[in-house]
Design a protein around this ligand. Structure first.
Ligand code: PMP
Length: 438
């Protein structure tokens, strides 16, 4: 941030930030790849909002669908009634999702999706008469939102210690990230696969018959863009299968084309039992999340809920008509305009550009999959801001908005980006890095 305190672990409360009105980072408009700031400048949005505006800002399909929907139906509950946009979207998501993930529970955010998925996992076992399975296993350095459930499985120690005590019986796998030899850096995609075997040991430690589910981000996003070694997710799947444990992929960032495939599940060929989604689902235009659920899990869960599930789980705004309209139009953009294919096609170009930064002073590592990338920088020895924050500030001053997650610069541009704009991001990043050498 320029001229305001750096964002810490918390969102800034609006009431306490009247000063923010004068901030040069006040965003007053957006179109396509760009934000317009209060001072009139256009800046290239290299992070797609908060990893959500995958089809570009104010995508014409999405804007038109929202306008059309508000003229017809503003709100209808999906509890004891329904509306066409929700049914249509549910059917389309079943087609879009991999394998037999044919069922969807709508939410309003990634955090709600995570909570919903964890609850479904526990209730699924109970519905099958296996009430002893209550434990949840997350992974260090994974982020799963801000609800008590999400924080409990989250791999961010500070989040857990600030808000604990949390859910009972939760444990965490080691991160796949190796600070010395980072997994999946170019040329080292297989290193570290044995970290998946920690799951086997953990299940034995806790007694596998007490474990309901494992939740991981296929690529940890908010903690530094950490793709796992190739084969790691498949091995997790095999271990879960051996012990009757459900596997949840938190695809809030990785879903909807970010990795150049519909989901990370498609890219890796590993089918989880549940997928949590949000962000790119509705292109950030209106809040929306979803949990995609496999046939068998859905059927057992619904059977166990004995028809009363609507009283036990659901949100007032689940499947809101405006959100459904936006999400359907977003799917059109991804599929009919070929944006996911475009993301896949542009990925090597971004990779080549970013890997050319590897020799620069202070650059420790470059990691990427699809149009999701992280450039990790060496921390500053001292100073009031992290090197990541300093580089992000420099980039903004030069007309490119990136996100600093710790000392990693995260990039996740809209799929509508051009090669010239990728060059602009790489050149800006290079200049910013060179300008912040300590
Ligand atoms: N899971 C993951 C992987 C995320 O990246 C996020 C948001 N960054 C969330 C969950 C929480 O989503 P939301 O902020 O919409 O609640």
């Amino acid at each position: 941030l320029v001229g305001t305190p750096p964002m810490g672990a918390f969102w800034m409360p609006f009431t306490a930030n009247r000063k923010f009105k004068q901030s040069p980072q006040l965003i007053v408009g957006a179109e396509g790849m760009h934000y317009r700031l209060a001072d009139g400048r256009l800046v290239l949005d290299a992070i797609a909002g908060l990893w959500c505006v995958n089809a570009g800002h104010r995508n014409p399909r999405v804007t038109a669908a929202l306008k059309a929907q508000i003229d017809v139906l503003d709100y209808a509950s999906n509890f004891q009634s329904g509306h066409p946009a929700a049914f249509e979207l549910a059917a389309r998501l079943a087609d879009f999702a991999p394998g037999d993930l044919n069922h969807v529970f709508f939410t309003n955010s990634g955090s709600e999706s995570v909570d919903t998925a964890l609850k479904i996992a526990v209730a699924y076992h109970r519905a099958r008469g296996d009430a002893g399975r209550y434990r949840l296993i997350g992974r260090e350095r994974d982020y799963h939102g801000v609800s008590f459930g999400g924080i409990s499985v989250s791999g961010i120690g500070r989040q857990r210690s600030t808000f604990g005590p949390l859910l009972n019986g939760v444990d965490h796998l080691p991160t796949t990230h190796d600070p010395v030899r980072n997994a999946f850096s170019r040329g080292e995609p297989v290193h570290g696969i044995e970290k998946a075997d920690a799951l086997e040991a953990m299940l034995v430690l806790h007694d596998p018959s007490t474990v309901a589910a494992v939740i991981v981000e296929p690529v940890a996003g908010s903690t530094g863009v950490l793709p796992p070694p190739q084969g790691y997710l498949r091995r997790l799947r095999e271990i879960c299968d051996r012990h009757g444990v459900l596997l949840i992929f938190d695809e809030v960032i990785t879903g909807f084309g970010r990795l150049g495939a519909n989901f990370a599940a498609d890219l890796t060929g590993v089918l989880p039992d549940l997928i949590t989604a949000a962000k790119g689902l509705s292109n950030g235009a209106v809040p929306m999340g979803a949990v995609l659920v496999r046939d068998g899990v859905h059927d057992a869960f619904m059977h166990g809920a004995a028809g009363s599930v609507e009283l036990m789980h659901g949100y007032t705004y689940s499947g809101h008509p405006l959100a459904c309209a936006a999400a359907s139009a977003t799917l059109d953009a991804y599929l009919e305009d070929g944006l996911i294919a475009q993301a896949a096609a542009l990925s090597p170009y971004l990779e080549d550009g970013l890997h050319a930064l590897r020799g620069l002073p202070g650059v420790i590592d470059v990691r990427n999959l699809g149009l999701l990338a992280g450039v990790e920088l060496a921390p500053y020895a001292g100073g009031t801001m992290t090197r990541g924050q300093a580089v992000a500030q420099q980039c903004l001053a030069r007309g490119v908005m990136v996100r600093a997650v710790g000392d990693t610069i995260a990039l996740s541009p809209p799929f509508t980006i051009s090669r010239a704009q990728i060059d602009e991001i790489v050149d800006t990043l290079r200049a910013a890095i060179l300008n912040t050498v300590d």
